[in-house]
Every structure is written in structure tokens, then in C-alpha cells.
Design a protein around this ligand. Structure first.
Ligand code: DCP
Ligand code: MG
Length: 361
């Protein structure tokens, strides 16, 4: 199939299986046959970060309150998160990826895209390469990973879920059309509830349905996202694997063991969160320039709001307090969680424009 002269890529999306839980089981094999979750405990109103596949059989899921998880699965073993261990495992995995290509784009601790188009190993078979990488991860790090192999990032990411856990799935270029046709539009990144409903109203559920809409119609109804939808529902995604992508924000947040009754109670928690944020900021390198600050509030009805603004001169307590006041008024009810954060520009590539001088390092 001709691809408009654009080079055909071979992309692997690799994603570890129940990552935090897998690290815990690795370190204590007696847990292997039990349903386990990693996360905050029930008494402190924590949530599940992840759980192993045994626990998933009971309906336990990431981001579920631990109390609810224990109702679904009373024998669930809940372990506290041990980030240092997971980070160490993630680094070991990343260094394995880098043995195969330097075009590695991490998406989170346990997940990355690899562009292996130029690899000559296994006579250029990305499928065999993915399988080797997964074996090496298991042998050296002691956790399993799943992989998707496809001509682009969009399809590779979908493919890595198909034979999870400890499996892989390949979508060769000649099978893209067939694969994409039955794919529900909700699998397209960016299609949330609103877009889904909008599409459902005109009878569109799958990518094949979506392909019937003209580019002009999509652009009219969905703006710039329309063009992207037009390409993605045909399995086309030209995004490169970006080995330099770096974090764009940093935040700290806290879920309180009992709700904060009013705005004043929230205000009292800001100093400790700010000093925690400042400690975290000190650990990142000088190439990041802070451009914005934001606050996130989750109210006791689980609604949440985020408010941000450009950074004036410096990260001050007062500016976060002002943001808090405005954000709190949007819900004006007891608060469950507060997060403080900053957004960055990555100055490492020397792309500083004159306006950047406005922002202090
Ligand atoms: N994580 C978290 N909170 C969430 C989701 C995930 O803290 N709401 C953490 C715990 C996960 C890790 O990130 O172990 C990786 O997230 P994944 O979405 O890849 O989930 P898992 O690796 O746990 O499971 P899967 O096998 O479905 O990939
Ligand atoms: Mg994972």
C-alpha cells in the first residue's frame, strides 16, 4: 500500500502489567496468589493506585476508593505505595528500551513508545523485537509487560491492551483497514463523553461509521479536532515518537482524612502544600522555567475544579491563596482534596524567545 511517500514506521508501545502491584509481588512472592491492591488505606480515605489481575476479577480498579474496593473484595491485601521502588524498576526498564533504540518516548513510569523502524535485529521484525524486549524486562526486572506493534503510535497503544497481561498484538500495515473498522470511536484519544454522545446522536459508534463523515463536516462540528478524527478513524497518525518529551507540569496534592469544612480551613492547608511543592521543584533541573501556577480542588460531591494563572513574579503563598479563594467559590462546599501545581516551559533546547525573559528561572 502506498503511503503518500511518507516513511512507514514500526512502533512498539510497551506497557507493564499492573505495574506497582507487580513490583510488590516480585518482592514478596507469597502475595502472588492473593488479590492485592497498592494505594491509600481505607481509614485515611485513600484510593487504589492499581491492583493485580486477581483483584480485577472482583471489579477492583485504579482510582477506586479503597473502601469501595474492600467491599467488592473483602480479602483484598492493600499495600502502601513505595514510589522509590517503582521508580527504580521504571528506570531499569527504560534502560532496557534504550539498548534497542534511542527513540524512546516514556508516557508514564511503566509505559513508552519505541520507534524501531531502523532496527536490524531479528531481520527487522518489530514483532520479534517486542517479544525479546518483554522477555528481557521479565528476566532483569522481574515484572511482565505487554506490547502493541503497529505502524503508528495510535494503533500501537490500542494494540498493547489487546493481549494484556503478558501478551502482545501486532497490527501490520495491510491489516490496518480491517482492524480500524470495528474499533469503537471511544477508543480514540480525546473522544470523551461529550463527543461520544454527539456522535451517537447521528448513529456513529465505530471508526467505520465515522469514516462516512467528510472532513468538512468534521471540521465544522469539532473544530481542529475534526481533522484529527478524520485521520485517526482511518488508522492514520503521523505523530513522531518524541524522545525529548519532558514533563510539562509538577504538582502535589492531598486528600484529607476528613473534609475541610470551609474556605478558611482550606487556606490553613496551603502553606504545607506549598512547601512540599517547593521541595519537589528544587529537585528538577534548571532548564525548566515555571510559567503558570494552578490549584485543583475536589469537593465532597467529587466535583472538581482547576484554576490557573500566569506567574507574575514568584511562587508566593499569597498568589495560591488568591487562586484558592476564587476556585473554592465555584463549589462553596466542603473540600476533599487540594492540589497545588506549576506548569513549565522546557528551556533545554534553547528555544527562549524574548518574552521568556519575563519569567524568572
Ligand atoms: N496509577 C496510579 N493511579 C491511577 C492509574 C495508575 O497511581 N489512577 C499508577 C499505578 C500503576 C501505574 O500507574 O501501576 C501504571 O498505570 P497503568 O494504567 O499502566 O496500570 P497498570 O500498569 O497498573 O495496569 P495495566 O496492566 O492495566 O497496565
Ligand atoms: Mg501498565
Amino acid at each position: 500500500m502506498a503511503f503518500d511517500g511518507c516513511a512507514m514506521r514500526k512502533i512498539i508501545h510497551c506497557d507493564c502489567d499492573c505495574f506497582y502491584a507487580a513490583v510488590e509481588v516480585r518482592d514478596d512472592p507469597s502475595l502472588a496468589s492473593l488479590p492485592i491492591a497498592v494505594g491509600g488505606n481505607r481509614e485515611r480515605r485513600g484510593v487504589v493506585a492499581t491492583c493485580n489481575y486477581r483483584a480485577r476479577e472482583f471489579g477492583v480498579r485504579s482510582a477506586m476508593p479503597t473502601g469501595q474496593a474492600l467491599k467488592l473484595c473483602p480479602d483484598l491485601v492493600v499495600l502502601p505505595t513505595a514510589m522509590a521502588k517503582y521508580r527504580e524498576a521504571a528506570l531499569a526498564i527504560r534502560s532496557i528500551f534504550l539498548r534497542y533504540t534511542d527513540r524512546v518516548e516514556p508516557l508514564s513510569l511503566d509505559e513508552a513508545f519505541l520507534d524501531v523502524s531502523d532496527s536490524e535485529l531479528h531481520r527487522g521484525s518489530a514483532t520479534l523485537l517486542a517479544s525479546e524486549i518483554r522477555q528481557v524486562i521479565e528476566a532483569e526486572v522481574g515484572v511482565t509487560a505487554s506490547a502493541g506493534i503497529a505502524p503508528n503510535k495510535f494503533l500501537a497503544k490500542i494494540a498493547s491492551d489487546i493481549n494484556k497481561p503478558n501478551g502482545q498484538f501486532v497490527i501490520t500495515p495491510d491489516r490496518v483497514d480491517e482492524f480500524i473498522k470495528t474499533l469503537p470511536v471511544t477508543r480514540i484519544f480525546g473522544v470523551g463523553e461529550v463527543t461520544k454522545k454527539k456522535l451517537q446522536r447521528i448513529g456513529i459508534e465505530t471508526c467505520a461509521d465515522l469514516q462516512r463523515l467528510e472532513l468538512t463536516e468534521l471540521a465544522r462540528d469539532f473544530g481542529s479536532f475534526g481533522a484529527r478524527l478524520h485521520a485517526l478513524c482511518r488508522g492514520i497518525d503521523e505523530r513522531e515518537v518524541n524522545a525529548n518529551s519532558r514533563r510539562k507540569s509538577l504538582s502535589v496534592e492531598r486528600t484529607f482524612s476528613s473534609d475541610l469544612a470551609d474556605c478558611a480551613a482550606c487556606m490553613r492547608r496551603i502553606p504545607e502544600l506549598l512547601s512540599e511543592l517547593q521541595v519537589r521543584l528544587q529537585r528538577i533541573d534548571d532548564d525548566y522555567w515555571v510559567t503558570k501556577q494552578f490549584i485543583k480542588i475536589k469537593f465532597n460531591d467529587f466535583s472538581s475544579t482547576t484554576l490557573e494563572r500566569s506567574l507574575g513574579r514568584e511562587l508566593s503563598l499569597q498568589s495560591y491563596q488568591e487562586l484558592l479563594l476564587e476556585a473554592w467559590q465555584r463549589g462553596a462546599r466542603p473540600v476533599r482534596l487540594i492540589g497545588l501545581g506549576v506548569r513549565f516551559i522546557d528551556n533545554r533546547d534553547g528555544q527562549t524567545g524574548a518574552q521568556m525573559a519575563l519569567f524568572p528561572p
